[in-house]
Design a protein around this ligand. Structure first.
Ligand SMILES: NC(=O)CC(=O)C(=O)O
Length: 297
C-alpha cells in the first residue's frame, strides 16, 4: 500500500502534478493500492471548496472533474487501485467532501462523502494554537458507511473527522472491513494531540489496519497548517509507517490475515454484551444534554 503525502497549491494544476508524480513513484515502489490525502487538489479552507469543486458524471471528463479524471486514468494506466484522497464534490447546489475509490481499470467503485463535518472551536492555550473551523458553513454531510471490496480484503473509507467517531469505525468493522482508510488533514492543534492516538484507538476498537493520509504541510503560514504525519497502524495497534510533515511517498505491506489472527487471539467481537450498552449513538445525541446546551460554533 502506498501513501502519498503531497503539497497542495492554490493552482490546481500544480496540486494535480504533485499527486501524479507521487502516485507514479508509489507504483514504482511496488504499491498496488495507493492513497492520497484529504483535499489534495484544493486548499483546505471553506472559502475555496465551492470554487475548486468538481461535478462527477460518467464518463469522467477533464473539464468537469479534472482530479477524478486524472486518478481514473492513472489507475488504469498503472493497473493499481487508488483511494483518491478527497475532492470538493458539487451536486445540485450542494458541496460534499468526497473520496472516490478507483479500481485497477480506472472505474469508480466507491464514493464516500465525509459524514461528520469538521465544526470545532478550540481557543488558544499555552503551547496550543487556537483552531476554529466550520465545514458545515459550506459542506453537506454524507449519510453512508462506505465499503469497497478490494482484491485482498474489504476496505472501509472515512474522511478525517470521521475518525473521531468509533461508532463509524465499528460500523465498517461490523460490515467486514479489515482495512480502514481515512484521508485526513488534522492541524497543528489537534494533530499532535489526537492524530496518532485516534488511529491507534480505531485499530484497537476494530482490530483492523488503519491508514490515515494527510496532505503535506503548507510552507505559507497563512494557509491551514496540515499536521502531515500520514500513518499506517496494524491490527495490533503498532505504527508500521509514520511520515513527518513534508511531501513524500511511503510504501508498506498490509496483510489482511493479520486482522484475522488478532481477532482470534483477542476475541472481543465474540464477547460483546449487546444488552449492556446504552444506545449513545442515536443520531444527533449529545450526552443527553438538552438542545439549549449545544455549543454554538
Ligand atoms: N480536518 C478534520 O476534518 C478533522 C480535524 O482536523 C480534527 O478532528 O482535529
Amino acid at each position: 500500500m502506498g501513501f502519498c503525502q503531497t503539497a497542495v497549491s492554490k493552482d490546481k494544476a500544480v496540486s494535480l502534478e504533485n499527486a501524479k508524480a507521487a502516485l507514479v513513484k508509489a507504483v514504482g515502489m511496488g504499491a498496488e493500492l495507493v492513497v492520497l490525502g484529504e483535499m489534495f487538489s484544493c486548499p483546505y479552507a471553506t472559502k475555496f471548496f465551492r470554487e475548486y469543486g468538481e461535478r462527477f458524471s460518467e464518463p469522467l471528463s477533464a473539464e468537469a472533474c479534472p482530479s477524478a479524471k486524472m486518478l481514473s486514468d492513472l489507475a488504469k494506466e498503472h493497473g493499481v487501485w487508488i483511494v483518491g484522497g478527497s475532492i470538493p464534490e458539487l451536486e445540485g447546489d450542494k458541496v460534499y467532501n468526497t473520496c472516490l475509490v478507483f479500481d485497477s481499470k480506472g472505474a469508480v467503485v466507491g464514493r464516500h462523502r465525509k459524514a461528520h463535518l469538521f465544526d470545532i472551536d478550540v481557543p488558544a492555550t499555552e503551547g496550543r494554537p487556537a483552531i476554529k473551523f466550520k465545514e458545515s458553513d459550506v459542506l453537506s454531510g454524507g449519510e453512508q458507511v462506505t465499503l469497497v471490496d478490494l482484491p485482498w480484503c474489504r476496505m472501509g473509507v472515512g474522511i478525517c473527522y470521521d475518525i473521531r467517531f468509533p461508532e463509524y469505525a465499528l460500523s465498517m468493522r461490523g460490515l467486514g472491513a479489515k482495512l480502514l482508510v481515512y484521508p485526513g488533514a488534522f492541524n497543528m492543534t489537534t494533530g499532535p494531540a489526537h492524530w496518532s492516538v485516534l488511529s491507534r484507538g480505531r485499530a484497537v476498537d476494530t482490530q483492523a489496519y488503519v491508514a490515515v493520509v494527510s496532505p503535506a504541510r503548507s510552507e505559507d503560514k497563512d494557509d491551514y497548517q496540515a499536521y502531515g504525519h500520514s500513518l499506517l497502524v496494524n491490527p495490533w495497534a503498532e505504527v508500521v509507517v509514520e511520515a513527518e510533515h513534508e511531501p513524500g511517498v511511503w510504501v508498506a505491506e498490509v496483510d489482511p490475515a493479520e486482522a484475522d489472527r488478532i481477532r482470534m487471539q483477542v476475541p472481543t467481537s465474540f464477547q460483546k454484551l449487546g444488552g449492556l450498552y446504552v444506545p449513545y449513538a442515536a443520531r444527533g445525541a449529545g450526552d443527553g444534554a438538552p438542545e439549549a446546551k449545544r455549543p454554538k460554533l
